[in-house]
Design a protein around this ligand. Structure first.
Ligand code: M6R
Length: 600
């Protein structure tokens, strides 16, 4: 979603830093962009709807500056116009802002009563005016920021330039990520350190209710009380952050292919030394029930874990959509562990659900991909997936890393509660160790996926079905297809079709299924025959060497319940990818979507 970059330097033109930073944040999704910088002793603001490249073209090529702030905006309050784009400026103050000021209406009214007027429909302009109001009142930055933090409800990462103090940038933070990168005579602010890795990998992380005064060679971080804080300087490991597309046309395809290594990399620390390594995972036997919370693909990974917890280790597990979880009776107790799954670690709904569980004092565990992200800090225990940077909006390698890590976690639990034997564990560990061999033929089977894609890419409705684990996997398959191809695709429990949905099946409606559970396959195949009889075209992923000339079949190797989900999902990912390529959509940055959903 929205992205922030800000820079101040003694001896460098910061405009390329701002534009490069914004370009690196583009993958997160946005619909307008803007920049503010010092030019001829005045703040010059350039904004546009649309892409960063359009913003770049609007900039005067010969301009140079040593202080500036920049932003990509994903519209929430007000349309994606250049008026609503950031930076916003009110009298002496110019800001960019990520997050949402929840009580902006009340603040706006107060400011209007104090002769402020507004050009945009954004909460950010109101926030900017509030900072200006306090600054004019107190003539002191510390008091201004404290008053702002006391007054504003909601979330913010703000970078601010004050006209009367052009040797400093100011940043303030609550519930939206913000880091301060340190370089020689140049300091750079960003909502994600990965945006500015070209310039530095050394950074401070701002926590909630902290703010900083940043000059070209000094960073002073303070608490809301105005106390100077001695914060840890972090260093990001550059080798795990390859953000290039390589020879691939799309990040999504590159990331799908990277699964050859990311799955094993994620689980290796817990299987390397066999059972001893597994036992280093948290002991879950003290909990009566496991809750799992996440959004989108992370939620789907949770469903796979539910299946494994319940069917293999006889442990109750409930999975919740984070956006729903906060507003329902959540039956928490000291006997429940809540696991939060998130690639980015910044998803607003997941963070809100996590804060709710924490506020009640119950235990939490995170399965997170991005190190040092908000969720990784908030959970009691954090296990990292090692998928590396995932740039494509459609999550692929992060999903399989989540599923792999959860599978290993469930497995260790099964060993502890004696529902899984040591022999079985050794087999599963061997499967994970040979995962590259298992998935490479699936990843390379382009002809099969492309020929399916050619059959379905002109359709507007596609049905996904399955039973048990295959139903949960079909949910992820349908999500992949709809988000990147814009084809309406839904998944259904195969047995449910007859209870309503089958009325939608007509001649040549594509129905895509997986059937990989020998106890359930016959029933799923009966359901497929029912839709076939009504004219549907059937595509079946199975591990049974099942033969049927009336279906198009994709065979996957046989594997245990723990590895099977990974094998099933690869054809689903690649069918979605090739279908979207035939429709010519913007695969890595699908319309209306953001990589990291930082508003509720
Ligand atoms: O960063 P998170 O894992 O918390 O993100 C959750 C969802 O927004 C994300 O998985 C989304 O559904 C993906 N675009 C799906 O491909």
């Amino acid at each position: 979603m929205c992205g922030i970059v800000g820079a101040i330097s003694k001896n460098r033109n910061i405009l390329p830093i701002l534009i490069t930073g914004l370009k690196n944040l583009e993958y997160r999704g946005y619909d307008s962009a803007g920049v503010a910088y010092l030019k001829n002793n005045k703040i010059n603001i350039v904004k546009t709807s649309g892409k960063v490249s359009k913003l770049e073209n609007k900039l005067n090529k010969s301009d140079e500056s040593n202080i500036g702030i920049a932003h990509t905006r994903w519209a929430t309050h007000g349309k994606a116009t250049s008026v609503n784009a950031h930076p916003h400026r009110v009298n002496h103050i110019t800001i960019v802002h990520n997050g949402i000021i929840e009580n902006f209406k009340e603040i706006k009214e107060m400011l209007e009563n104090n002769n402020y007027s507004f050009k945009s429909s954004t909460d950010t302009e109101v926030g900017c005016a509030l900072l200006n109001y306090y600054y004019e009142k107190f003539k002191d930055v510390d008091k201004t920021i404290k008053a702002f933090m006391d007054k504003v409800m909601g979330s913010y990462a703000i970078t601010m330039i004050i006209d009367s103090d052009l040797d400093n940038l100011y940043v303030l933070k609550k519930e939206s990520p913000l880091v301060i990168g340190i370089s020689d005579n140049t300091n750079i602010v960003a909502s994600d350190i990965r945006a500015i890795l070209k310039y530095t990998n050394k950074y401070y992380i701002l926590d909630d209710f902290e703010y900083a005064k940043i000059s070209s060679n000094e960073v002073i971080i303070k608490s809301i009380k105005g106390e100077i804080l001695n914060k840890e300087l972090h260093t990001l490991d550059l080798k795990d952050n390859d953000n290039s597309k390589g020879h691939y046309k799309h990040y999504m395809l590159k990331e799908i292919m990277e699964q050859k290594t990311t799955i094993l990399k994620t689980v290796l620390p817990f299987i390397e030394e066999g059972i001893d390594s597994l036992m280093t995972l948290p002991d879950l036997t003290k909990y009566k029930e496991i809750f799992i919370v996440g959004c989108g693909t992370a939620y789907h990974a949770g469903l796979v874990a539910k299946y494994l917890f319940e069917e293999v280790t006889n442990t109750r597990c409930s999975v919740y959509l984070a956006s729903e979880y906060r507003y329902q009776n959540n039956f928490l107790s000291k006997d429940t562990l809540t696991i939060f799954i998130s690639q980015s670690g910044e998803t607003a709904d997941t963070i809100a659900a996590l804060k709710l569980v924490k506020s009640k004092g119950y235990p939490t565990l995170g399965i997170i991909n991005v190190e040092n992200s908000t969720i990784s800090y908030l959970v009691d225990t954090c296990l990292y997936t090692k998928a590396g940077s995932e740039i494509a909006v459609a999550s692929t390698k992060a999903y399989t890393a989540q599923v792999a890590l959860l599978s290993i976690l469930v497995h260790s639990h099964g060993l502890r509660n004696k529902t899984i034997s040591r022999d079985n564990t050794i087999e599963v560990i061997d499967e994970f160790k040979s995962i590259e061999k298992l998935i490479t033929p699936l990843l390379n089977d382009k002809d099969t996926y492309l020929s399916i894609a050619k059959n379905i890419y002109k359709e507007e409705d596609i049905f996904y079905i399955g039973r048990g684990l295959d139903y949960y996997l079909s949910m992820e398959g349908a999500l992949k297809l709809k988000e990147i191809s814009y084809i309406h695709s839904e998944s259904y429990a195969a047995g449910e079709l007859k209870h309503g949905t089958i009325s939608l099946i007509k001649k040549n409606t594509p129905v895509i299924a997986s059937a990989t559970n020998s106890n359930l396959n016959a029933k799923t195949i009966s359901n497929l025959k029912e839709v076939l009889a009504r004219g549907a075209d059937i595509y079946l992923i199975c591990d049974d060497n099942y033969k049927d000339d009336t279906f198009t079949i994709v065979n996957i190797p046989r594997a245990s319940e723990f590895v099977k989900p990974i094998l099933v999902i690869i054809p689903y990912q690649l069918i979605a990818y090739y279908t979207a390529t035939l429709r010519g959509t913007d695969i890595d940055k699908p319309k209306n979507l953001a990589k990291s959903v930082t508003v509720e």
